[in-house]
Design a protein. Structure first.
Ligand code: FES
Length: 433
């Protein structure tokens, strides 16, 4: 089923690459991060090409809940604890500027941009909310505590930031993409020594930006070790309620809420891709209990790369690849994450130093507990004796009966029933015989 966004926007179409070519900057991936990077490069007068293996916005960008906020769950306390207040402040400032940039761009784009307050609620952990408020005060983030939220849940309250926003992401990107230099249905199989191999010919580029949601070049950067993927679900309900804001549970497995017009978007069922966990059934049970007269109009799933410390990886792909850049690991906050990434990387591509790049450097320390959990998960699934194996690094695939796909718990690749790749890092189809 198409998501609400995919069903209600008209995205422009672009040609397929016909033969090998040359460009200054090649952007691989036509989701929000790649499109915004192309948009800023065009503004700066830089020669670029963007290639997308399907249609633009056909991946996770079309399956978001489209909340534009710098309040990424309880991130500020976590960042201060890991890196100190200076770096946490850079993270906040970069995301605040991203929100400002959307506000500015949406003045001339008809994409239903609306100012809304954002709330992070907790069912039972007041201590966490207090720590986040203290972190916000240190960083100068305008955040308040509210005792109750208009949701059918027993909470201990929420921390709230006013003047955040929501919009229709594909109406926005439809306007952004309109005059960009894009080739759709052009599949990149390999990048070697500045040459990118596609199924339509080779592209020679001085600089390459990998904006493919999950990076697929494993010879550098170790992204498959320092990220896992999380799957989550959304149902759009007609005849529910207006919650007048954007809400998310501080607990990973909790629910999220926002409205779009008459619809209530209820999200949740989050779990590591390939592992057992919630699904549409959990959301539908909640609908039945709390909004019994409502009707489900859309449903869709999202897939998000989760980093070791909650901050994205934006910058040079690896220490040894100075002409290759990456933007990934938005940890479910892809709207502001993609805007930060495209502003930082487009500056770097012009030789301009970004004051924010240190907060997102892909080369920061990997020594985090999640690294060992990711390693253990990979070892366990690699040794599992199942016939169906992932084409990425050979882990055992699990059948996802809710979505009829083969999912890999190691790094989150997914394949449809016929074996076609749905989600990277796998770049090759599998045999389902
Ligand atoms: Fe890496 Fe499957 S995604 S082995």
């Amino acid at each position: 089923m198409k998501s609400l966004w995919q069903d209600t926007a008209n995205l422009p179409s672009f040609p397929t690459l016909q033969e090998g070519t040359k460009t200054d900057v090649l952007i691989i991936g036509g989701g929000i991060a790649g499109l915004l990077t192309a948009y800023f490069l065009k503004e700066k007068g830089i020669d670029y090409i963007l290639v997308e293996k399907d249609k633009i916005c056909s991946g996770v960008t079309g399956n978001t809940t489209a909340k534009i906020t710098y309040q990424h769950s309880l991130i500020f306390h976590r960042l201060i604890k890991s890196y100190g207040a200076d770096k946490a402040k850079l993270y906040y400032e970069a995301n605040r500027l991203a929100l400002e940039k959307y506000r500015e761009m949406c003045l001339s784009i008809d994409c239903e941009f609306e100012e809304k307050s954002n709330f992070v609620y907790s069912l039972d952990n007041m201590k966490k909310l207090v720590k986040e408020l203290q972190a916000a005060e240190i960083l100068g983030v305008p955040m308040k505590y509210v005792k109750s939220v208009p949701l059918p849940l027993d909470t201990v309250g929420a921390v709230m930031c006013e003047n955040q926003a929501q919009f229709h992401p594909l109406k926005f990107l439809s306007a952004v993409a309109k005059d960009l230099n894009i080739y759709e249905n052009t599949f990149v199989s390999e990048v070697r020594d500045g040459t990118t191999v596609t199924d339509k010919g080779n592209i020679t580029a001085e600089k390459i930006v990998v904006a493919t949601h999950f990076p697929f070049i494993d010879s550098h950067g170790s992204y498959y070790m320092k990220m896992y993927q999380s799957r989550s679900y959304v149902i759009a309900l007609e005849g529910a309620v207006d919650v007048e804001g954007m809400y998310i549970d501080e607990c990973d497995k909790g629910l999220s809420f926002r409205n779009y017009g008459e619809l209530l978007l209820l999200g949740g069922g989050s779990h590591r891709t390939g592992k057992k966990g919630g699904s549409y059934s959990e959301l539908r049970a909640f609908r039945k209990q709390h909004y019994p007269t409502s009707r489900e109009k859309y449903h869709w799933a999202a897939q998000d790369p989760i980093t070791l410390d909650g901050a994205p990886y934006i910058g040079h792909y690896s220490k040894r690849t100075h002409d290759m850049y990456v933007m990934t690991g938005f940890n479910k906050w892809g709207m502001t994450g993609a805007m930060c990434a495209s502003m930082i990387v487009s500056d770097m591509l012009c030789g301009k130093d970004s004051p924010y790049k240190d907060a997102f450097s892909p080369h920061r320390s990997m020594i985090k507990p999640q690294l060992f959990l990711n390693g253990a998960e990979t070892a366990l699934n690699f040794l599992t004796p199942t016939k169906k194996r992932c084409s990425h690094l050979g882990c055992a695939l699990k059948w996802n009966s809710a979505e009829k796909s083969w999912d890999c718990p190691c790094h989150g690749s997914r394949f449809d029933e016929s074996g076609k790749v749905l989600d990277k890092p796998a770049n090759k189809d599998i045999s389902t015989l």
